[in-house]
Design a protein around this ligand. Sequence first.
Ligand SMILES: *Cc1c(COP(=O)(O)O)cnc(C)c1O
Length: 383
Amino acid sequence: MKNYLLTPGPTPVPPASLEAMARPIIHHRTPQFQAILKEVEEGLKYVFQTKNDVLIFASSGTGAMEGAVASLLSPGDKAIVVRGGKFGERWGELCEAYGIEFAAIDVEWGKAVDPLEIKKILEGQATSDKRQGIKAVYVTLCETSTGVTTDIEAIARITKAQQAVLVVDAISALGAVPLKTDEWGIDVVVSGSQKGLMIPPGLAFVSLSPKAQDLAQKSKLPKYYFDFKAYKKSIEKNDTPYTPAVNLIIGLNEALRMIIKEGLENIISRHQKHARAVRTAMKALGLELFAPDVYSDAVTSVRVPEGVDGTKLVKTMRDTHGVAIAGGQAQLKGKIFRIATMGHITADDLRVGIDTLETVLLESGYKFEKGAGLKALEKILEQ
Ligand SMILES: *Cc1c(COP(=O)(O)O)cnc(C)c1O
């Protein structure tokens, strides 16, 4: 059975990266590796759309999220956390783990935060003692658990005028949807390797604006591995403080070459088209989108129709047909399924995915005209 990966991470890894990662390992304190690291750094700056250094960690994305709390803040600092899904909640859990008090903005799952809510809280504390104020705003660009995109550009317009830094979880968004770090004025962008960057799990990334670098210099929360200062100092010398994930970085270099060759604009258009094709196919099957107004082009969330067992649907697609999609998490378990369109997921992968979804939906008793989804998908893909 051939396996298809249509999950929002990990995503398929292109052959050029797989082949590069399979080569005999080299030592990291060598001119050979330094040349690769330099090229990777340039490529990351391009994808992050920033002139600032991008720090590289050997961890999953959550490691860099943890760093974005531990390495930026000090005891007594306050934060704002937007919670509209599992990953927004993770920002809150990280703040709790480090004893950081935060104002939570709880957003209904499937909806996006109104940037004005952030503005209200930030301006409400503007008159009080600055040292006591809010130092960071933690948000999620694509909330992968709900398939929602947040208007980061609007939030950055608000935070730019404030002492607080804007920290964006772009783990599933980077290289999939528009993200203009410097132009929009985002202070910290966090990402990972196994989504839009098309590499296996194991690398995490952080970009820091000068405002965020300042905060990192002053940060007093306990930390060691994720201390941003050490990585910043090393990357300036084209080096890493500890042993980097050598082969993953070599694989990433190939993936970044592909990204540069295709061009970020073209990649984003491709994601838009593929996600639109999936949404159109879902509607043609009479299915309802979970986030119809604030959908993400990285992952599409769809309501499981009445009478269908959502957990079984995902399991049957994977175990009987070799097509992995994602189910719902936490309170959405069994209620939605999610089809990713990020990274190296191709049009052909989507054809197989939608065809299999139709097969399994029919088997489960859900009624529609067989082939309607695939036909709708194809119509958009042909454009
Ligand atoms: C995948 C994902 C994470 C978690 O990343 P890990 O690599 O599993 O630690 C965090 N936030 C978002 C938005 C994600 O999509």
